[in-house]
Ligand binder design. Structure first.
Ligand SMILES: CC(C)(COP(=O)(O)OP(=O)(O)OC[C@H]1O[C@@H](n2cnc3c(N)ncnc32)[C@H](O)[C@@H]1OP(=O)(O)O)[C@@H](O)C(=O)NCCC(=O)NCCS
Length: 501
């Protein structure tokens, strides 16, 4: 560190470029410097590779976004060190206790808790938009019976877009949604209508993926039930009239939906914004969000956590499993978080819910293993030194399992409420008064410099080739031995002897 003469404090960063001895003063705003200000720091290439583009300005290298803010947002605040999560300023613990999912959704998207009148209109509009076109049911039926519900959900959101050409900027003009930033009522209306449609239809699509797996006919949305009550109806109703879900389970699911509704610029929300920045339709945007959420490092973790607990089997096997984790042979799923380096406030709220649910459903058999694992992890030097604490997914899976949801449905139970967060961020982006710039990161190119094309007969196998340098041999699972031994004529009429191929 270089010591510079003391001056009066000011909101700026002074940088000395030792390549040129030039001094730069970069403004600091909200405790950040602009990456485009860093780009003003230029030098002659010297020994740098041409591909380093040194003369075009210094770049910020941040693989995996370890310390990069990509948006200015007013939606959700997380403080990872103090374990704080707030939606629009309201602590998550208060919302879980006092709010309901649709109210929190309104808060996240529009910035304030709704008045009674606003809430009633909002609820009516969302429930009005729960129906899906019957052709979309056909899309579900074209999936195999054992398709993962997230594959179906991801596809079905993209499919919804095909049913809403009036909401497609590729067809109706690039500024279809961004015109809303200037208050254009038609643009605002089309923007908010898609929000209603997506939030309204998300449970219907999710339930269709579930019923498809079960080989059961799809239910039509029920009016007169809450958002989560209707979701449970869509999932579970078989026959009879006046279906009412168990109030404790309905309330618990609603609270879980609040907890999962938003989480700042996490992997799937960043994906949503990345994709949204191309100005594609919101259905494609949400579908992309689902794809990102599905991964086991993100929303797939609750499913993986339960699979892990089932594999551990019982509390006495915990030490052996933890030994594998400490040798870095295994990941302890449901632990660790990019932002929370202390307790995950969502996991605290969820533990209370778990107790309420278990009183109704009976205790989850994996709870003892989970508790032993959490105790063991708390004392483990490996876990402590890396600030790895249980996250939301460690406990949510236990509740879902007690409620009888199949394992592969857990990410769907995450995706339905997360649509709200995605749409809140997407709307905020579309309403940016300075317009929407396409998200286009740069790379540090470390590959070959320019080289001349080599004709096929002059090419040689690479010396010291590794298994990564060419496609590995793959096995053709569907090819029977009989077929491999057969001979046949190809489309051009040439006889092919497959045994010799
Ligand atoms: C969430 C997660 C992806 C965050 O990753 P990250 O911020 O990039 O953290 P890192 O991968 O840099 O981890 C830092 C260190 O902790 C270790 N670590 C992180 N999570 C771990 C886990 N769940 N089990 C074991 N070790 C873990 C890493 O191996 C690394 O160790 P090292 O410093 O010796 O190399 C990661 O903690 C994880 O994979 N957790 C399990 C999946 C999960 O529960 N996801 C849901 C999140 S809500």
């Amino acid at each position: 560190m270089v010591t510079v003469p003391k001056q009066a404090p000011r909101q700026s960063l002074t940088v000395v470029d030792n390549r040129t001895n030039k001094v730069y003063e970069l403004p600091i705003k909200h405790n950040s410097v602009l990456a485009t200000d860093i780009k003003k720091i230029k030098s002659q290439a010297g020994d740098d590779r041409k591909e380093d583009e040194t003369e075009q300005g210094l770049r910020v290298f941040d693989p995996a976004y370890m310390n990069t803010a990509v948006v200015e947002s007013k939606i959700t605040y997380i403080n990872g060190l103090d374990g704080i999560l707030r939606y629009r300023g309201y602590p998550i613990e208060q919302l879980v206790k006092k709010s309901d999912f649709l109210e929190s959704a309104f808060l996240l998207i529009y910035g304030e808790l709704p008045t009674k009148n606003q809430y009633s209109n909002w609820q009516n509009e969302i429930m009005h938009h729960t129906y899906i076109h019957s052709d979309i049911e056909g899309i579900f039926k074209s999936f195999r019976y054992d398709s993962h519900p997230m594959s179906m959900l991801t596809s079905s959101f993209a499919t919804l877009g095909a049913f809403a050409p009036e909401a497609n900027p590729s067809l109706r003009g690039q500024k279809l949604f961004t015109n809303a930033a200037s208050g254009d009522p038609a643009a605002l209306q089309i923007l908010d209508k898609q929000i209603l449609r997506i939030i309204g239809k998300a449970p219907t699509l999710a339930a269709a993926s579930y019923r498809m797996r079960q080989g059961r006919p799809f239910n039509r949305p029920a009016q007169g039930l809450s958002y989560t009550g209707n979701f449970l109806y869509l999932l579970d109703h078989l026959s009879g009239t006046e279906y009412r879900p168990h109030p404790v389970l309905e309330k618990a699911l609603d609270a879980l939906f609040i907890i999962h509704a938003d989480h700042e610029v996490n992997c799937s929300t960043a994906t949503v914004l990345q994709v949204g920045s191309s100005l594609v339709d919101p259905y494609s945007v949400v579908s992309a969000g689902c794809a990102a959420l599905y991964g086991p490092s993100h929303g797939g973790a609750s499913e993986s956590a339960i699979r892990m607990l089932m594999e551990i089997g019982s509390p006495e096997n915990v030490p052996a499993f933890m030994a594998q984790v400490e040798k870095r042979e295994r990941v302890l799923v449901g632990f660790g978080h990019r932002v929370y380096k202390n307790v995950d406030p969502r996991s605290t709220a969820i533990r209370e819910l778990a107790e309420q649910v278990f009183q109704v459903t009976g205790r989850n058999k994996l709870l003892d293993t989970a508790t032993t694992l959490a105790d063991y992890a708390r004392k483990s030097e490996f876990m402590r030194s890396r600030n790895l604490y249980p996250n939301v997914d460690f406990y949510s899976g236990l509740i879902y399992q007690a409620m009888g949801f199949p394992l592969d449905f857990y990410p769907v139970l995450f995706a339905v409420p997360r649509c709200v967060g995605w749409l809140a961020h997407w709307r905020q982006m579309m309403l940016n008064p300075s317009g929407v710039k396409i998200w286009r990161p740069r790379q540090l190119y470390l590959g070959e410099g320019e080289r001349e094309y080599v004709e096929a007969d002059k090419r040689k196998e690479k010396a010291n080739a590794t298994p990564f340098d060419a496609p590995v041999e793959v096995h053709h699972g569907g090819d029977s031995k009989r077929n491999r031994l057969a001979s046949y004529k190809d489309a051009a009429g040439h006889t092919r002897d497959r045994a010799k191929l």
